[in-house]
Ligand binder design. Structure first.
Ligand code: C2E
Ligand code: MG
Ligand code: MG
Ligand code: MG
Length: 285
């Protein structure tokens, strides 16, 4: 059963069926130019340890701060960026920005925190992916153990390629997460073989946990299966206390969602981190 989560309704830039080629080209060029003009921004959505309430990591999510259209969400430009391949330099920029930011926070003395960066299938199939990431790690002095790459199930369809590439990424010391888990085809056997560290349960299942017993069963099963395989599970799209309680009752330890925080600009997240560090120091006195 396919679930419509609205990810693909990029109406602002919807290609006109009659002149689609031209509009696509225009958008590709605009993205290229926006990259040069530094119009993209990375937002960070906290990931929370349910038991402690601590922010244990963030997911880096790109937005386009367009001079006239305002803040444009990724659903409106990522699909075309993927189609045209411009996602490759854009994705590298996001990765670099997220690593630099992580390093800045570390140097400011904030508690170590992981950052998860979405990898596009276009990036995944580039022969120089591993070298590119290695280079970014070196340049930004990012500690690889705090970097997680989010891939999707579809990227692992070519098993031999996936084993090779994911193996090399793991050798760099970074972590791997399967995003939107449950929406694609996954061979459970390979989850182990690929050395996946974490599964991110797709928002479409979490959304209906309280109303759809099938979805509740699916979520419970994914959590139990991940546990058996020794893989962490994180639930995304948690919006309500009920959803959180259900996840807790199923022994899911990590969540990401509007119930806690929306994706935030770096400065806002930093304020949040500073405040919670302060509260901790005070309560330890
Ligand atoms: P994703 O990787 O599955 O990211 C999670 C999306 O769910 C984000 O949307 C986030 O804002 C949203 N979300 C989180 N919690 C909640 C919640 O409680 N309720 C609801 N309704 N939504 C929630 P966003 O930022 O609009 O990104 C959409 C998608 O765009 C991402 O889905 C990812 O596939 C893609 N994307 C974003 N940034 C990048 C990037 O740098 N590179 C690539 N390749 N894709 C990206
Ligand atoms: Mg993601
Ligand atoms: Mg995704
Ligand atoms: Mg996701």
């Amino acid at each position: 059963r396919m679930k419509d989560d609205g990810k693909n309704n990029y109406n602002v830039f919807k290609p006109n069926p009659n002149s689609g080629g031209i509009e696509r080209l225009t958008l590709e060029n605009s993205i290229r130019k926006a990259l040069q003009l530094n119009e993209f921004v990375v937002y960070y959505q906290p990931q929370i340890d349910i038991m402690t309430g601590d922010i244990i990591g963030t997911e880096a999510l790109v937005r386009w701060n367009h001079p006239t259209l305002g803040l444009i969400p990724p659903a409106k430009f990522i699909p075309i960026a993927e189609e045209t391949g411009i996602i490759v330099p854009l994705g590298e920029w996001v990765l670099k920005t997220a690593c630099l930011q992580n390093q800045v926070w570390r140097e400011k003395g904030l508690a170590p925190m992981s950052v998860s960066v979405n990898l596009s299938s276009r990036q995944f199939s580039k022969h120089d992916l591993v070298e590119t990431i290695e280079e970014i790690l070196r340049e930004t002095r990012m500690d690889p153990q705090y970097l997680e790459l989010e891939i999707t199930e579809s990227m692992t369809m070519n098993v031999d390629v996936a084993i090779e590439v994911l193996g090399k990424l793991k050798e760099l010391g970074i972590h791997l997460c399967i995003d939107d888990f449950g929406t694609g085809y996954s061979n459970l056997y390979y989850l182990k073989l690929f050395s996946i560290d974490r599964l991110k349960i797709d928002r479409s299942f979490v959304r209906d946990i309280m109303t759809d017993s099938n979805d509740a069963d699916i979520v419970a099963t994914i959590i139990a299966m991940a546990y058996k395989l020794g893989i962490d599970a994180i639930a995304e799209g948690v919006e309500t206390k009920d959803q959180l309680d259900f996840l807790r009752s199923q022994n899911c330890h990590e969540v990401q969602g509007f119930y806690y925080h929306q994706p935030l600009p770096a400065e806002q997240l930093e304020q949040l981190l500073m405040k919670s560090a302060e509260i901790k120091t005070n309560s330890q006195r």
